[in-house]
Design a protein around this ligand. Structure first.
Ligand code: ZN
Length: 312
């Protein structure tokens, strides 16, 4: 085996599932997924070590990774290797890198799931060849990641947490304790909640199906969510010179039902609507793990962006 080719693993610890990939020379050798243990905050080291063992067991002659990228949701201090806060995973200021010490032989790099997802979409997915990108995964949460000039913007720990931007001061309660956050108005959970409050059954995917079937209530709820989302994204796009918006997460499975009205809403707001394309993400739920496998050690805190590695 050629020793100059690097083997890395990417592990994406999410609220419900842990996804892992083994990558060598830019090619994905294997993928593995399993449920996130309830006590993951206390058992992160053994959990990640076990996941990597089962991942490698599924790959014939699997090489050992030289580096493991670990990505998590919530607020992440990449340079310090800390999970500052995650509502889903139930931790506050967890030393992620320290939790893995002693459990893995490889070097460990810590990252944020959405920023890693953007990195993967840029290297291998829907944003290949574009250096000014806004990645918008629409799932339970609503964090975004921004790339300008080919670098993923990192900044402070709240970077990208657009879901907690207050868009309706007297709006619905948000999981963060405030009212009227974008996530509580336009996220998948919010769309499903409005639908059920109106006496219907199901979640955001049922609302999307009802939009296609011509249901007026569904169309109203959907359009409100899209308008609120576009109003929050447009100033970011206009300030950063974004050329491409990549939409992912569960709500993106609605395809044109989401992308078409989002394109029109943005076109109404942006000074240069023709300069911005809106597309669906290319790597689906694996973007975070694949991005994690390509993470480079974060530079010191003074440098506010994530380096993009060269692929062979
Ligand atoms: Zn909030």
């Amino acid at each position: 085996m050629d020793d100059t080719v690097r083997t890395t693993a990417g592990v994406d610890v999410g609220g419900t599932r842990v996804k892992a990939v083994l990558v060598r020379g830019g090619s994905v050798l294997g993928r593995h997924v399993e449920p996130t243990p309830r006590d993951v905050a206390q058992s992160l080291g053994p959990t990640v070590a076990g996941v990597l063992e089962r991942l490698r067991a599924g790959v014939p002659d699997a090489p050992a990774p030289d580096r493991v990228g670990l990505v998590v949701p919530g607020l992440v201090d990449e340079a310090g290797g800390h999970g500052v806060w995650s509502a889903n995973l139930g931790w506050t200021d967890l030393d992620l890198r320290g939790s893995l010490a002693g459990h893995l032989a490889a070097e460990v790099v810590v990252g944020h799931d959405v920023r890693a997802g953007l990195l993967a979409e840029h290297l291998l997915g829907a944003a290949r060849g574009v250096d000014d990108v806004l990645f918008v995964p629409l799932g339970t949460g609503l964090a975004v990641a921004l790339m300008t000039g080919g670098r993923v913007v990192r900044g402070g720990t709240w970077t990208g947490e657009l879901g907690h931007l207050r868009v309706q001061p007297d709006g619905p309660a948000c999981g963060c304790g405030r009212r009227g956050c974008l996530e509580a108005v336009a996220g998948a959970t919010a769309v499903g909640r409005r639908w059920r409050e109106a006496g219907r059954a199901g979640d955001a995917s049922d609302v999307a199906a009802a939009v296609v079937a011509g249901d007026d209530l569904a169309a109203r709820i959907w359009q409100d969510a899209v308008h609120s989302l576009a109003a929050a994204l447009a100033p970011v796009i206009a300030s950063a010179g974004t050329r491409l918006v990549v939409v992912g997460g569960g709500m993106a499975e609605a395809g044109p039902t989401l992308l078409d009205p989002l394109r029109s809403s943005l076109a109404e707001l942006l000074p240069d609507p023709d300069g911005v394309a809106v597309v669906r993400a290319g790597l689906g739920e694996w973007a975070g793990a694949i991005g994690a496998s390509h993470l480079e050690p974060a530079p010191d805190r003074a440098t506010a962006s994530v380096p993009v590695p060269d692929l062979p």
